[in-house]
Design a protein around this ligand. Structure first.
Ligand SMILES: O=C[C@H](O)COP(=O)(O)O
Length: 332
């Protein structure tokens, strides 16, 4: 039977905002193409399924790696537990699994490259080829230099994430990101969708207006980068942005859309037929111009800082949780 989720899926690629296979169970007839993770989702996975940490530990031990509480070993556990979780999700989706670099490295090109290569190695080591995963990289000037290196020199597909402005989107497509993820609703709602409070109109939603601006720019200038919207919670926003290239939908929002009928006369909120002319911009090769442009958007800067801090906190919690498991198992 037709419902709002399948209807939106006619116009927009649907992906799911989870790495927990149980979350995909309520949608047996929906084809989610990609499945995503970040440090918040990762922490939830370890808590939900701590056996993934044990699987990662056993794999590393089988390769002769000696367990310890050192930062390097705990990080290796995160790489492999992420890869094994991704492997489970790949059984339920037709596309790729996505995993994010350490947000603490976001302003350091070399560190982003090194982290992404180690994470990619873990995926490939357990049999997940390069065309089945994507590395998510927060869009800063420094990190986009890393994305370009990873794409062109290593053949690793990248998604520019934590996008809160057209300025970042322009840089990410110039850096050859395969996707970008504009954040639509406030991150606090994405982390706990049950607390969502809709604004009086979608036009009052910063992320909604920005996402339409970015999609229009990418379509008008025929950018090869796809817009894969994230931090999407509100039903009104999902309807308003239906028609974008791709949506990563949290399970709770997907369930609500699946339970709703299609309104009479439904039309997607965004369409290539209504694209308007927009001036082309360029920031690659001009770090000062990029940060000067971003400085003019305090809302974007505040949201980027808040998001990176939030993910850093989840990463710290993950590491503390993994250390406590290693101690409990008596292996470190
Ligand atoms: O869970 C948080 C948000 O949806 C952030 O987007 P993401 O899942 O693509 O990282």
């Amino acid at each position: 039977m037709s419902n709002l989720l399948t209807e939106i899926g006619k116009y927009t690629t649907l992906s799911i905002d989870t790495f927990t296979p149980d979350d995909a169970a309520p949608f047996p007839t929906i084809e989610f193409v990609n499945a995503t993770s970040n440090q918040g989702i990762a922490f939830a996975i370890w808590k939900h399924n701590p056996s993934l940490i044990g699987t990662a530990l056993a794999h590393l031990q089988s390769k002769g790696v000696v367990p310890s509480l050192d930062e390097t070993f705990v990080q290796e556990i995160i790489f492999y537990a992420t890869a094994f979780a991704g492997n489970d999700m790949l059984k339920l989706i037709s596309g790729r699994v996505l995993a994010q670099v350490d947000p603490a490295d976001s302003y350091n090109t070399e560190k982003v490259v090194a982290y992404a290569l180690r994470l990619s190695s873990a995926f490939e080591d357990i049999g997940i080829p390069k065309d089945k995963f994507i590395i998510k990289i927060p869009v800063t000037y420094e990190a986009m230099l890393a994305a370009e290196i990873l794409t062109t020199k290593h053949g690793i597909a990248c998604l520019g994430t934590v996008v809160h402005s057209l300025v970042q989107a322009v840089l990410a497509t110039e850096a050859k990101c395969k996707y970008i993820s504009p954040y639509v609703d406030e991150l606090k709602y994405a982390l706990d969708p049950s607390t969502y409070v809709a604004l009086p109109s979608v036009d009052a939603n910063y992320g909604y207006v920005m996402t339409k601006e970015i999609q229009n720019y990418f379509w008008y200038h025929k950018c090869p980068t796809k817009v894969c919207i994230a931090a999407l919670v509100g039903l009104d926003i999902c309807l308003g942005l239906s028609g974008v290239d791709e949506m990563t939908i949290p399970p709770l929002t997907a369930k609500m859309l699946q339970d709703l009928p299609v309104p009479a006369g439904f039309e997607p909120g965004v369409s290539k037929e209504t694209v308007v002319e927009v001036e082309k911009k360029s920031y690659i090769g001009d770090k000062d111009a990029y940060y000067a442009a971003l400085d003019k958007i305090p809302e974007a800067k505040a949201r980027i800082d808040f998001t990176l801090n939030t993910f850093n906190n989840f990463n710290d919690e993950s590491k503390a949780f993994i250390k406590s498991l290693l101690l409990k198992e008596g292996v470190a």
